[in-house]
Design a protein around this ligand. Structure first.
Ligand SMILES: C[S@@+](CC[C@H](N)C(=O)[O-])C[C@H]1O[C@@H](n2cnc3c(N)ncnc32)[C@H](O)[C@@H]1O
Length: 275
C-alpha cells in the first residue's frame, strides 16, 4: 500500500533528522578516526581511493558536478584541486557545511567549490535543472529515505548525457550461507546505528539497477569496487570509540557485517535527448 504524499514527506523529514543527529553526535569521532573522508571502505593511502573514484567517474577538467552528501569536503577539495572540476556540494549537517566552508576559504577555492546545507531528496530546490555534468554519492546514498525520489531529482539537475556515480554498501548477492533470521538481524543492527533503510530487495545490485532504470538512467556499470582495500583499521577504531552507543553492534562484529554488505560502485547516465 502506498502511503499518502504528506505522510511520506513527514516520515522522510523524520528520517533525515535522525541522519543529521547521527552526524551531530559523531562528527568529531569521525574526524579523529577517518580524517577528511568519511568512508568506511578505503585504501591505505587515501589519495589512491580518491584517484580511483575520479577515474571511475571519468572526471574531466571543466566539468560541473554535485557532491551529494559531501561530509567534511575532503573528496570535493581533492577533485577541484587535482582534476580541475567545479563542484557544488551539499550536506544535511550544518557542522559539516561549516567545516567544508572553512576549507574552501583557506584554500581559496570559492570560485570553483561551494557548499550548501540541504536534503538531497530535494536536489532541484537547490540546483538549477539540466546544469550538471555529473553527480556523485560517496557512502551517502545509503542514508536516503526514498531512493526513487533521490534518483528522480538527480535526473532533473543533470544535463542530457550527465552521469550519476554511487559508491556504497549493497547487500551481497551471495550471503555466504547466513541463515535468513541471522541475516535480517544483522541488517537491522546496521540500519539502527547508521540510520540506513536497507532492505534486501532495494539495496542489492539487482534492486539498484531496477531503481536506476525506473528513474530514467541508462546503467553503465554496477560492480564491487576493485581497489586494494585497507584492513578496516580506521572503521574498527571509529566503532571502538563509539562503543558506549547501545546500538553499536558493529564494533567487534565487522566480520559479520561484511558477510551481509559489500562495497559497490555504480555509474549510470541520463540519456542524450532524442534517445
Ligand atoms: C558517510 S558520510 C560520507 C561523506 C562524504 N561523501 C565523504 O566521502 O567523505 C555521508 C554523508 O551524507 C550526508 N547526507 C546524508 N543524508 C543526506 C541528505 N538527505 N541530504 C544531504 N546529505 C545527506 C551526510 O551529512 C554525510 O555528509
Amino acid at each position: 500500500m502506498k502511503l499518502p504524499q504528506f505522510v511520506r514527506k513527514h516520515l522522510m523529514a523524520r528520517h533525515t533528522d535522525k541522519v543529521d543527529a547521527h552526524y551531530d553526535a559523531y562528527n568529531q569521532t569521525y574526524q579523529t578516526h577517518l580524517g577528511d573522508i568519511i568512508q568506511g571502505s578505503r585504501t591505505v593511502n587515501e589519495k589512491d581511493l580518491l584517484n580511483y573514484l575520479a577515474q571511475n567517474m571519468q572526471l574531466q577538467a571543466g566539468q560541473k558536478l554535485i557532491d551529494a552528501g559531501c561530509g567534511f569536503g575532503g573528496p570535493a577539495v581533492f577533485f577541484v584541486e587535482n582534476y580541475g572540476v567545479n563542484i557544488d556540494a551539499l550536506t544535511i549537517n550544518s557542522e559539516q557545511r561549516t567545516i567544508t566552508k572553512t576549507k574552501i576559504a583557506l584554500r581559496h577555492l570559492n570560485t570553483k567549490l561551494s557548499v550548501k546545507q540541504g536534503d538531497f531528496h530535494f536536489l532541484s530546490n537547490y540546483f538549477t535543472p539540466e546544469t550538471y555534468d555529473g553527480i556523485y554519492f560517496f557512502e551517502s546514498f545509503c542514508h536516503a529515505y526514498d531512493y526513487e525520489r533521490v534518483l528522480r531529482e538527480a535526473v532533473k539537475v543533470l544535463k542530457p548525457g550527465g552521469f550519476v556515480y554511487i559508491k556504497d554498501y549493497l547487500v551481497n548477492e551471495s550471503l555466504n550461507g547466513l541463515d535468513k533470521k541471522r541475516f535480517a538481524n544483522i541488517l537491522d543492527k546496521i540500519n539502527r546505528f547508521y540510520k540506513f533503510k536497507f532492505t534486501e530487495q532495494q539495496n542489492s545490485p539487482m534492486g539498484m539497477r531496477a531503481l536506476l532504470t525506473q528513474a530514467g538512467f541508462e546503467t553503465e556499470m554496477i560492480q564491487p569496487v576493485a581497489y586494494l582495500h585497507d584492513n578496516f583499521e580506521k572503521v574498527s577504531a571509529f566503532h571502538t570509540a563509539t562503543q558506549n552507543n547501545e546500538d553499536n553492534y558493529i564494533a567487534g562484529n565487522l566480520e559479520d557485517v561484511f558477510k551481509v554488505v559489500g562495497m559497490y560502485e555504480l555509474r549510470a547516465r541520463k540519456p542524450l535527448k532524442g534517445n
